[in-house]
Design a protein around this ligand. Structure first.
Ligand code: ADP
Length: 260
């Protein structure tokens, strides 16, 4: 899996909201996108999934310009977990995971035993099989995120796009979700993830894309991009980075605002 954006400008009715974005993502990598709300991240995701055409520029998957790809091919390749997803109907958790098989089923076909086995196995791999008969709307935020990750696993996507996957989760569930994302990348999935916590990028990102005021502020390897200077510019604050001694995460730092 390789995703490349080549000088992509995105927007609405020809008016750009985010200009000249270039990045690449390989199998097993996490790209964290940091940037204020309204900076065009969701619009960029829609473009990567071909739900919007770029105003300028191209999106390539494995070297192929996706503008010629049919939608089912894209859906079989890219999984998307939006923020605070809430379905209209009261599906069970297992039914939600089974929806991940839809790109592989015909329009009117029903899931077969193999689809159900894949969905069950996906839930088991995340230790959430006990949720299978519960209503998706009645489980916790963290459990919902895990169900949606299970859906992407069942979908057999190679690339997963997550919009603030730890939004509204308690600290324990944030750590759980992030560790499951890491597990997916260790199995070769590429992940693009929006976060508002620089620490998440320090812990999990191979690459970081910072966007602000319609432009890319910085892009590259996380250890180079996550600097006091870039983070201070991004959030418009005087930020300090404090190193934390950790065997597992040798370059981990916490970000502290306003410390002189
Ligand atoms: P983010 O995901 O970073 O919060 P969005 O991509 O949702 O940013 O929005 C970027 C900009 O595009 C915002 O100014 C927003 O108002 C505008 N925008 C989003 N959706 C539409 C739309 N359907 N039509 C016109 N403008 C839109």
């Amino acid at each position: 899996m390789k995703l490349d954006l080549d000088e992509v400008t995105v927007g609405y009715k020809g008016v750009p909201v985010l200009k000249v974005v270039s990045f690449s993502l390989n199998a097993g990598e996490v790209l964290c996108i940091l940037g204020p709300n309204g900076s065009g991240k969701t619009t960029l995701f829609k473009t990567i999934m071909k739900l919007k055409q770029p105003i300028i520029g191209k999106v390539f998957i494995d070297g192929d310009d996706i503008s010629s790809w049919p939608f089912d091919k894209i859906a079989g390749y890219i999984g998307y977990i939006p923020q605070n997803y809430s379905p209209v109907f009261s599906y069970t958790a297992l039914e939600m995971v089974l929806m991940g098989r839809t790109p592989r089923l015909g329009m009117w076909s029903i899931p077969n035993a193999k689809d159900i086995e894949v969905a069950v196995e996906s839930m088991r791999s995340l230790n959430i099989l006990h949720l299978k008969d519960k209503a998706f709307t009645k489980i916790s935020g963290g459990e919902r995120q895990l169900v949606l990750i299970a859906r992407a696993i069942a979908q057999r996507t190679k690339l997963l796009i997550m919009d603030e996957p730890t939004n509204n989760l308690d600290f324990g569930n944030q750590a759980l979700i992030l560790s499951q994302i890491k597990m997916l990348t260790q199995k070769g999935m590429g992940v693009i993830m929006v976060t508002h916590a620089p620490e998440h990028a320090f812990l999990y990102a191979h690459k970081v894309l910072m966007v602000k005021d319609g432009h890319v502020l910085a892009y590259g390897k996380s250890e180079e991009i996550l600097s006091e200077e870039n983070l201070s510019k991004l959030y418009g604050l005087n930020l300090r980075l404090m190193p934390v001694v950790s065997e597992n995460y040798p370059s981990f730092k916490v970000c502290i605002p306003g410390v002189v």
